[in-house]
Structures are given as C-alpha cells and as structure tokens.
Design a protein around this ligand. Structure first.
Ligand SMILES: [Zn+2]
Length: 499
C-alpha cells in the first residue's frame, strides 16, 4: 500500500532539505520530492501544511503520563490543606489506596507537606502522595505497615523516633512500586495507551520509555504494537540478566545516581543555598563500576540519571575507571555505544570536557530550564544565583561534540516537544541558546542517535521510517513554537493522530 502525502512544504532534515510530497510504502518512506508526484494507491492532500519529521522524546514515563492525565487536580493544589481535601474526597469516593501524584510544594506560599498523622486523621485508607518529580512521597500508616521497608534508606523519622511518613531514596522507590502494582493490568494498559496517545497528538512518533518498574514494562511490551508511537524500552534496573533475558539493548536509563533539585536530593559538591544538605548519592562507586563494566561488556548501552555536579562526578569517574580497564579492542567500540547520562543539569566545564572525551551521550530536558532555571526560579532558590546560572549549558555541550538528545521526562514536565523547542531557544543564559533549526534537529536527529535509531529515524529520506507530523503553521517560521499542535501525525506509516 503506497500512500502519497502532499503538503505546501516538507522539511526533511536531510538532503534535499525541502520537498512538496512524500510517498510512504508500508512503514517506510519511499521517496520525497517536488513537482509532479508519483502514482500511489491513496493520496492525502494537506494543502497549506508543513510536514516535519516526528519528534523523538528521549525520556518519557508512559504509564505515569497516562495516570497524570487523571491528576490535574493534584497539580492545581497550592497548599497542604488542598492536598488533604483531595485525599478526603478520593477516600470518600471509595478509592483505595488513594494515590495522588504531581504536587509541587515549591510553588506554594507555605511549602509544608502533610504528615503521616494528618493523613491518618482522614481515615484508615492507605494514602500515597507523590511529588511531581517522583523523588519524594508522603504516606499514611497503613502503607508503612503494608510495604516491606526493612533495610530501606530514606525513611524520615521525627523527634519521637517514629516515621513522619516522608520517604525518599529506596523507601520511596519501594512505595512507588507498591502503589503502582495496585492498579489492574487493564488499567495500566489504558494509562500507557493514553500516554502514547498524548505523545502522538503532540507530533511525537517515538519515545524512549524510562521504565522504573519491570512489571509495568512487561505490560507495555505486551501491547507495544498497538501503541500509537514507537517505544524503545529502557529498564531502570541494575540487574543485567533480567534485562538481557527480555532482549533489551539498553539498560539503566533513569536509574537514579542522585535525586532531584526540587527534593534537595540531587548531589552537589557545595551545600544547598537554603540549608546544609549536599544531596545524596544512591550507589557506592564499586556497585556502579560493576554495573557499567558488566553492561558494557554485555554489549548493552548503559545509562543513569545524574543531576548534581557530585553525582555527575561519580558517573564520570566511574566510567573513566571502567574505560581504563578495557582492552584496546573494547576501547575502540566504547564511543559507538553512546552510554547515556540523563538530565546532566549542572556539569562543570571540566566535566563536560571529560564526558566529551569518553564519548558519553546526554539526554536533556529543556523544559526543566523553562520551569525552574529562569532568574528567581527554583534552581536559584535552592542553589544560589551563580550555580543556577550555570545549569543546562547545552550550547557548550554541543560545541564540545557531546551527543545530545531531547526529552520531556513526562509527566515531570509536559509531553510537549514544541515547549522544549521554545525552551532551547530561550535558555535562561543567552550564550547557551539554540536556533530554531538546531533545536528542531536536536529533538529528532539527536534523540534518534541516543536511541541508536539514526539509520531509521530522525529525518525523512528513502528507507527511513515514515514518522512525521503536519502543521497548519510552519514550525520553522512561527514566532514561537509554544502551543503549536499538529493536524496529523504518522508513526511507522500509520495515521495515529488527526484533528
Ligand atoms: Zn530522572
């Protein structure tokens, strides 16, 4: 089945740079051209539109994205009392456990979180409240009784020695897995479909799924072909056998080496501005070295989440140590593997240089800069103006030759590539800004390279996947891309979204 799409302009991000029609055969692009189009079984006229290659979001949590669509009310909350009201409403409606995710107390007038005692005061229902970045949860007593937290770090205790209900690190992770496993399989599939549907409606045709839980990922793989976007799964596990048995080619992904700036758990060399904390490293050097070394030797692409300069240092030091232990043949293949660091928010100039030397790849989330990196924003409040100013040095990374891909970390920030483009153009630091074309390329070609999909995706040329979106306004010409939405999205030759 050959389908011809005719538009005013087709931006290929390849050579030639522009076309007027694109011929699709099954899952692939057969040709792109100008002038008289070839014969086709079906012709789709899209007059006045611009077709561009589909965006590739290099960092998505699909299940949580789908769930977030049902949690608008949580994000809208502006106080502890507001959260407690929602807990009351949900528990009165018979929901159990009550799972509210997406609050961000850094935007509240008073950033106090509810305590375990206050949650218990609402009733006997198990309650899990989760911060927008997923790095803090607050839980009620029935949750503490039900979840095995033996030996887990991150259980905060009060002056009386009893848990306050506030959990970080391993304790937070175990509670996340526990509450997520309370959803029926059918519902988890529905969340994933909704998350992937949202992606398609935003012109995204492929995502790198940063799975935090293997059970959840099993569900995803069970209906992968039905999803409207192409999914590359990356499990956040240290267990290589589990990953290899399932045929994954990449491992680690969003596996946290430190936490988040919002939760004050991202690890820094110097203390946070508003306290004495240095943040936390979640793994010792040897554990990480063994994981990197074994993963590399197994032929996998290995990734981790690292935000603060101390976490980035641990990751770089560990990779340098692993690299030195490789024989010359393995060293030759090292760069080509494109081992990944997710976020890489506050690297020093020296760290950027060393990442470039090693050939590590970086997955950035430009919307972080938009929401938290601007003057007077969360980074400045937590880290002081000098460090906040140095965050997200994207232009420097590209200049040093680092491979960079672009993602949203949805639902942490919206699954919205046009927002990411605007954020890349409007970096808080003018010398780090990208041009429109650079930004559009990075979100496709750059992300494709991070996923080792650069032969198949990122540009529109013969033999590549038919992944593209059509817009009424030309994304290269509009004054701001913010809010721009496609009228049609095609992923692997399938029409997956249409207005
Ligand atoms: Zn992360």
């Amino acid at each position: 089945m050959r389908t011809l799409y005719r538009a005013s302009r087709i931006v290929t991000l390849s050579h030639p740079a522009m076309g007027e029609w694109i011929l699709v055969d099954g899952r692939h692009v057969e040709s792109v051209g100008t002038g008289d189009p070839p014969e086709a079984d079906l012709t789709i006229e899209l007059p006045g539109t611009t077709i561009v290659p589909g965006f590739i979001d290099s960092h998505v949590h699909l299940t949580a994205t789908g769930r977030a669509l049902m949690n608008d009310d949580v994000r809208a909350v502006t106080s502890k009392e507001g959260l407690l009201d929602l807990v009351r409403k949900r528990s009165e409606a018979g929901t159990s456990p009550v799972h509210l995710e997406g609050f961000d107390e850094s935007n509240w007038d008073r950033p106090d979180l509810p305590t375990r005692a206050e949650l218990d005061g609402v009733g006997a229902v198990p309650v899990v409240l989760m911060r927008a970045d997923g790095h803090i949860s607050v839980v009620s007593s029935p949750v503490l009784a039900d979840v095995d937290l033996a030996g887990a770090e991150g259980v905060e205790t009060g002056e009386d020695g009893e848990p306050t209900g506030r959990l970080t690190r391993e304790a937070n992770r175990r509670v996340s897995v526990w509450v997520e496993s309370s959803y029926e399989r059918r519902l988890v599939e529905e969340f994933q479909l909704q998350g992937a549907g949202l992606a398609a409606s935003r012109g995204v045709t492929a995502v790198h799924e940063m799975s935090m839980d293997l059970a959840d990922l099993e569900v995803l793989l069970g209906h992968r072909q039905r999803l409207p976007v192409d999914v590359s799964p990356i499990p956040a596990t240290l267990s290589l056998p589990e990953s290899m048995e399932r045929g994954f080619v990449a491992v680690g992904g969003d596996l946290p080496v430190d936490g988040s700036i919002g939760a004050k758990t991202a690890a820094f060399v110097h203390p946070y501005e508003d306290g004495q904390e240095l943040g936390e490293l979640y793994h010792d050097d040897d554990t990480l070295a063994e994981f990197f070394h074994a993963g590399h030797n197994a032929g996998l692409q290995v990734g981790v989440h690292a935000i603060g300069d101390r976490a980035i240092e641990q990751v770089l030091k560990t990779w340098e140590r692993v690299y030195l232990a490789l024989d010359s043949r393995e060293r030759r293949h090292f760069r080509a593997r494109r081992h990944r660091i997710e976020h890489f928010v506050l690297p020093s100039a020296d760290q950027i240089e060393r990442a470039a030397m090693l050939g590590l790849a970086v997955s950035i989330q430009p919307a972080f800069d938009r929401f938290w990196g601007q003057g007077g924003g969360l980074y400045e409040e937590r880290l002081g103006p000098a460090r906040a100013m140095a965050a997200h040095p994207i232009r420097t990374m590209l200049d040093r030759g680092i491979e960079v891909g672009v993602g949203s970390d949805s639902p942490v920030t919206p699954l919205d590539p046009m927002l990411a483009i605007a954020a890349l153009e409007g970096n808080h630091e003018p010398t780090q800004r990208l041009t429109r074309l650079e930004a559009l390329k990075l979100h496709r070609v750059g992300s494709a390279r991070l996923g080792h999909q650069d032969v198949k995706k990122g540009a529109l040329e013969p033999g590549r996947h038919a992944d593209f979106a059509a817009y009424d306004e030309d994304p290269l010409d509009v004054s701001s891309t913010e809010g721009l939405r496609p009228v049609l999205t095609v992923s692997l030759g399938r029409e997956v979204f249409r207005t």
